[in-house]
Design a protein around this ligand. Structure first.
Ligand code: M6R
Length: 610
């Protein structure tokens, strides 16, 4: 969603701001802007649409300065207009960018109107700019004015502020939304995501909840929620520039689909090296916690939720533990019956998803303190709020449609399953060796599935003109059908739904006719014969079938039944291999329809609002 970048330096920071905003584009946005303090004035340029349009406008207006802030906005309060785009300015003196939502903005607006402030936008953000200006006008310096103002805000925010009254510094604050400070040589930065500043510096301080900070060229000072100056750890980010570049690919989604053998190999590297499922990989206390738990509760959204649904089959069958999986935005408002002996597992690529974070907080507030985060972004909010952590090593995922994050989440969940099974006496040495062997072969099997791309391209051309599609699966492959339908609708805008194949006759069969393509995930597992019967039900109604199956399933092509064979059945890891063809199908169908694959309409990469 929204992105923030800011810089104070001895050089012109405008190119730094523009590059930072371009690196934040992947998060999803609909307008962009920058503000600078130059020659004792605050200047601003904003545009709806792409950063490149705003960049051109900044070039035309000869923008140069050594202090500035920038923002990409994903509209929540107020439409997509230039007037609602950030930065927001108070009294021509102070400029501010904001991520998050201010819940008490209406009350603050009333108060500020009474104080004589006027409003130019429909946003919740503008009140913050005026509030800080109000405190500055009472004689406080910029930092103290910010500290006073944030005390009056309810909601979530990451804020960066510059003022012409104080042209030698920038101040920032964080509550509920990520914000970090980048440390350079004689220059310093602020950003909502390390990718925005990685070409300037890798040394970063992740601000904690309630922190405020003051940046000059030479110094960064951080203050905790009580206002006391506090030392915070400096981290060196290992985000690779290559993972942020497109390279020879047409889209990040295509690149990330093809990176999956490597992403999976990196994620399992430590397990393969140790040749054992070791609980220490999840954190220091993992063994004690894992031994003691009696059940697992998974919380996640979107694709990460489907990873959780897949894991339920593994955790119950292999580890023998009851496992519930909830959509985080539902769980957080349900009257949950708490079980302190339950392991709360959150799954989030970004580690920032607000609903997942709030579900975790709710679970903890009910006395469920054993928490594990499976996440792809080190030091993000959700792992920081969890006792145990397993980082997937997919590398930065830029495409809005999650691909390599999904398959590496599945790998992480499989490792969790085997580790729990071992500690609960359900995995002997021989079985452990079998599971490790299966994992070792997984990157190769995924590569074989990627090699099916030319056949899938041919299928996608038949999909592209369709309005609707059905996806079917059974058992552990049902969540892969769900994921396939989500991928297709998300990037190609073809309406797609997924059902457990056995459920078809209870309603959705009424939708089937010759215009409805039906994708079936049907590997050679114990439910194959059942799926074959379900396929007959569809064929009898004239539906056209597109079946992904494996080499040893003896599935034959016939009129209206098209078959693509994935590699030989890879046993328990089959859902991971079958995620690949549905990703490729969605990607190529979207390509054929000419949609914006990496930035589908209305969607954002990190969903940091409710
Ligand atoms: O960062 P998270 O894994 O918490 O994100 C959850 C969902 O927003 C995300 O998986 C979304 O569904 C993807 N765009 C799907 O491709």
């Amino acid at each position: 969603m929204c992105g923030i970048v800011g810089a104070i330096a001895d050089r012109d920071v405008v190119p730094v701001l523009i590059e930072g905003l371009k690196r934040l584009e992947y998060r999803g946005y609909d307008s962009a802007g920058i503000a600078i303090v130059a020659e004792e004035a605050v200047r601003r340029v904003r545009r709806t649409g792409r950063v490149a349009e705003m960049e051109a406008a900044a070039g035309a207006e000869d923008f140069h300065a050594s202090l500035g802030i920038g923002h990409t906005r994903w509209a929540t309060h107020g439409g997509v207009t230039e007037g609602n785009a950030h930065p927001h300015i108070s009294h021509g003196e102070l400029a501010l960018v904001h991520n998050g939502i201010i819940e008490n903005h209406e009350q603050q607006r009333e108060r500020l109107l009474a104080l004589g402030y006027t409003f130019e936008s429909q946003t919740d953000t503008e009140v913050i700019a005026h509030l800080i200006h109000h405190y500055q006008s009472q004689g406080h310096d910029l930092l103290v004015a910010l500290q006073h103002a944030v005390k009056e805000l309810d909601g979530a925010y990451a804020i960066a502020v510059i003022s012409k009254r104080d042209p030698q510094r920038m101040v920032c604050a964080r509550m509920g939304c990520p914000l970090l400070v980048g440390l350079g040589e004689g220059e310093n930065f602020v950003a909502s995501d390390v990718s925005a500043i990685v070409s300037a510096t890798r040394r970063v301080i992740f601000l904690e909840e309630g922190d405020t900070a003051e940046l000059t060229r030479e110094q960064v000072r951080v203050f905790d929620a009580s206002g006391a100056e506090i030392p915070r750890d400096v981290h060196v980010s290992d985000v690779s520039l290559a993972s942020l570049e497109l390279g020879p690919y047409r889209h990040f989604m295509q690149k990330e689909i093809h990176e999956q053998p490597r992403a999976i190999a990196d994620t399992i590297e430590a397990i393969i090296d140790r040749n054992s499922f070791v609980s220490a990989m999840f954190g220091e206390n993992a063994e004690d916690i894992f031994r003691d738990i009696e059940a697992v509760q998974i919380l996640a959204c979107g694709t990460s939720y489907y990873a959780g649904l897949t894991a339920r089959y593994w955790i119950e069958a292999i580890a023998g533990l009851p496992c519930a999986v909830d959509i985080a935005s539902e769980y957080r408002y349900r009257q949950v019956v708490a079980n302190p002996k339950q392991l709360i597992v959150t799954i989030s690529q970004s580690g920032e998803t607000l609903d997942t974070m709030e579900a975790l907080k709710y679970a903890k507030s009910l006395g469920q303190q054993r928490t594990l985060s499976i996440c792809n972004v080190p030091e993000s909010a959700i792992p920081r709020a969890s006792e145990l952590v397993f980082y997937t090593r997919a590398g930065a995922e830029i495409g809005v449609a999650s691909t390599k994050a999904f398959t590496t989440q599945l790998v992480a969940l499989f490792v969790l399953t085997c580790t729990l099974a071992k500690l609960h006496g359900r995995l002997d040495a021989e079985q452990e060796a079998e599971m490790l062997e299966a994992l070792r072969h997984l990157p190769g099997s995924v590569q074989h599935a990627l090699n099916l791309e030319p056949q899938i391209v041919a299928w996608s051309e038949r999909f592209a003109p369709k309005q609707h599609a059905l996806f079917l699966g059974r058992g552990v492959h049902y969540p892969i059908a769900l994921e396939g339908a989500l991928k297709l609708k998300e990037i190609s805008y073809i309406h797609a739904e997924a059902y457990p194949a056995g459920e078809l006759k209870h309603g959705p069969l009424a939708l089937v006719d010759a215009a409805m393509p039906v994708v079936v995930i049907a590997p050679n597992d114990k439910l194959l014969e059942k799926v074959k019967s379900n396929i007959q039900e569809v064929r009898a109604r004239g539906g056209e079938m597109f079946v992904f199956t494996d080499q040893d399933s003896h599935f034959s092509e016939s009129e209206g039944v098209h078959v693509i064979r994935t590699p030989r059945h890879v046993g328990v890891l089959s859902p991971i291999v079958h995620a690949i063809p549905v990703q490729l199908l969605a990607y190529h169908a979207a390509l054929a329809r000419g949609t914006d694959v990496d930035k589908p309409r209305n969607l954002a990469k990190s969903v940091t609002v409710e």
